[in-house]
Design a protein around this ligand. Structure first.
Ligand code: GRG
Ligand code: ZN
Length: 313
């Protein structure tokens, strides 16, 4: 069995974080808050978060906050609900949520709730169940879910359910594994999983496994390591993970590693990036790979961090 190249992946993530001039950093400029979440969470799952100085990270995160309470992807970028969730998740990783003005952040998030229960991503108004997940996950971490009409938000998510048991980005939109994670994750966090037909959805999700062992995001599409997160976390939440071949999936992920320079790609022999490195490592953690910290499938944070948030330990 191919092994996980822990040290090489750690070196790769640290190099991407430091080298602001390389291709990936240039292209991902607006995504850097999100990138920080991917990279730092991966380091934590790999048991290597102590390499990073928490105070430096806190300062870096707070520099990207706006007066309205929301966070931008980078300095000079508009606030967005996705980067706000990433900022909150990064601070949670380091046990530093207390540096936040929680009322201000939760007000920013709550104001993005629309009359029909959907969430906009920012002031420009795009609506997507991705943003429902971001809002619900963020408010739950901040213990401020009571600031929104949870029932309304949940009913909107339920209205995005399709006849195949999956969920799309808006009502009537095609089922996609990424949106399924968002909807199932949000329903799990709020305690409304009864809206999910677990057998029907489990069947659709387990059919995402292809011959190579990898998972795709929709029928007839190519497998991709990121679906080891979107599909697998959903299967775990609805208790149907035993419907796929876990060993074959682990092998597929391990075969997507750059064994020389570190990092994980979407498919074997493609170029690596931090996004797929995160989802590969997180996927292996969900599969119980030895030596990795366990990750929570709904909050997308290490289990010990989630316990610290909710039980103070
Ligand atoms: C904290 C884990 C976490 C997430 C935050 C941003 C977000 C919330 C969720 C994104 C969910 C989503 C829609 C993921 C899918 C991303 C993706 C690989 C899209 C590509 O879709 P296609 O259809 O590619 O272009 P395929 O694989 O179908 O060819
Ligand atoms: Zn991908």
């Amino acid at each position: 069995m191919v092994e996980l190249e822990v040290e090489k992946h750690v070196r790769y993530i640290l190099a991407v974080g430091k080298n602001k001039d390389d291709f990936e950093s240039q292209v991902m400029d607006h995504l850097r808050m999100n990138g920080a979440y991917w990279g730092l969470t991966t380091l934590d799952i790999l048991q290597k978060l102590d390499i990073v100085d928490p105070n430096e990270v806190v300062e870096w995160v707070l520099q990207r906050q706006h007066d309205c309470g929301g966070f931008g992807g980078n300095v000079g970028h508009d606030p967005h609900i996705l980067y706000t969730l990433s900022a909150v998740q990064v601070l949670a990783l380091f046990g530093k949520l207390d540096v936040l003005d929680i009322e201000r952040v939760s007000e920013y998030v709550s104001r993005l709730l629309n009359g029909d229960g959907s969430f906009s991503g920012d002031m420009w108004g795009e609506v997507d169940t991705r943003f429902s997940y971001c809002a619900i996950c963020c408010l739950a971490i901040l213990d401020r879910l009571d600031e929104i009409h949870v029932d309304k938000a949940v009913n909107y998510i339920a209205s995005c359910k399709n006849l195949d048991g999956g969920f799309g980005c808006t009502p009537g939109a095609e089922s996609h594994a990424g949106q399924i994670f968002c909807c199932v994750g949000a329903l799990a966090i709020t305690g409304f999983l009864h809206h999910v037909d677990k057998d029907l959805l489990g069947w659709w999700l387990c059919e995402r496994q292809v011959k190579s062992g990898g998972l795709n995001g929709r029928p007839e599409k190519l497998p991709d390591v990121c679906y080891s997160w979107w599909v697998l976390s959903s299967l775990i939440i609805i208790d149907r993970v035993h419907w796929i071949d876990k060993d074959k999936l682990a092998k597929f992920i391990l075969n997507c590693q750059d064994k020389e320079n570190g990092g994980i790609s979407d498919r074997p022999d493609d170029a690596v990036d931090v996004f797929h490195t995160y989802f590969g490592v997180a996927g292996l953690s969900l599969l119980g790979y030895l030596g990795l910290k366990a990750i929570d499938p709904a909050f997308a944070l290490p289990v010990y961090v989630v316990n610290r948030i909710f039980f103070g330990r």
